[in-house]
Design a protein. Structure first.
Ligand code: PEP
Ligand code: MN
Length: 287
């Protein structure tokens, strides 16, 4: 048996795998998909306001953490199951699929009651027992790149999921640690372009964690779209100054709307409509 990746690699001429995320949303085809929402689910009003704002601006998937991997044990750890219920209810009302991070295999039974997509966080990319358990859970997975992990290690982590029986995997570049700590992380966009060549899995970019700074989120989102990413995962909060987690990198609803508007010409330039708009165009053309 070879120790190199195999199932995740793109064969000559192979198209990008289209991954269904729920409610008819698919990523990896021609449509560009945007996942957005708060870093952490904090309460009913925050979740509902954020969900309505990102839906209004054109996001396709609602994100939000209920189990938060925090560097300090004294930081807000997330609402747990009540947070997941808020996320599911908001997604259901707006017909948006929802994604949330699973930190531990023991959380899987409760997660499966609420989420369409399971997220594996950067800190758990090489938690191989979690990868194996998530592979058996029967839901699509967003696999974030570990901030200290190479591209090959990221590929092999995805290989665990495919090998374990879950073909629907989306890779998410969220920035890596480098010698330069001026910004929270270093966004490896060349790695995204490389990964698109090397693997048939869809690749998205998280411009929030990869910069840590609100003013840089939209420019890096546009750069990601230009570099060939299949989508984005963006943190949005109605009142970032009051956020319990990652406020400095959260976009306000107004800034998120601006991001979505700024994306349009970049996507047009690379010939990729926003997901859902390719259908609208086809219907319009048939009339
Ligand atoms: C998150 O998406 O909220 C998160 C914790 O991301 P990461 O695992 O990339 O740090
Ligand atoms: Mn966050």
């Amino acid at each position: 048996m070879s120790a190199t990746p195999n199932q995740v690699l793109r064969q000559a001429g192979q198209r990008t795998t289209e991954v269904p995320l729920g409610h008819g949303v698919r990523i990896g085809g021609s449509g560009f998909v945007v996942l957005a929402g708060p870093c952490a689910l904090e309460g009913q009003e925050q979740v509902e306001r954020t969900a309505a704002a990102v839906h209004h601006a054109g996001a396709h998937v609602l994100r939000g953490g209920a189990f938060k991997p925090r560097t300090s044990p004294y930081s807000f750890q997330g609402l747990g199951e009540p947070g997941l219920k808020l996320l599911k209810d908001a997604g259901h009302r707006l017909r948006l699929p929802v994604v949330s991070e699973v930190m531990d295999a023991q959380q899987l039974p409760v997660m499966l009651d609420y989420v369409d997509v399971l997220q594996i966080g950067a800190r758990n990319m090489q938690n191989f027992s979690l990868l194996r358990a998530v592979a058996k859970a029967g839901r699509p997975v967003v696999l974030k790149r570990g901030f200290g992990c190479t591209l090959e290690e990221w590929l092999l982590a995805a290989e665990y999921l495919l090998d374990g029986g879950q073909p629907n995997v989306v890779l998410c570049e969220r920035g890596i640690r480098s010698f330069d700590n001026t910004l929270r992380n270093t966004l490896d966009l060349a790695g995204v372009a490389w990964m698109k060549e090397r693997s048939h899995l869809p690749v998205i970019v998280d411009p929030s964690h990869s910069t840590g700074q609100r003013s840089l989120v939209t420019p890096m989102a546009l750069a990601a779209a230009a570099a060939g990413a299949d989508g984005l995962m963006v943190e949005v909060h109605p009142t970032p100054e009051a956020a319990l987690c990652d406020g400095p990198q959260a976009l306000t609803p107004t800034l998120f709307e601006g991001l979505m508007q700024a994306l349009a010409p970049v996507l047009a330039a690379v010939g990729r409509p926003l997901f859902g708009q390719e259908l609208r165009r086809a219907v319009g053309g048939a009339r």
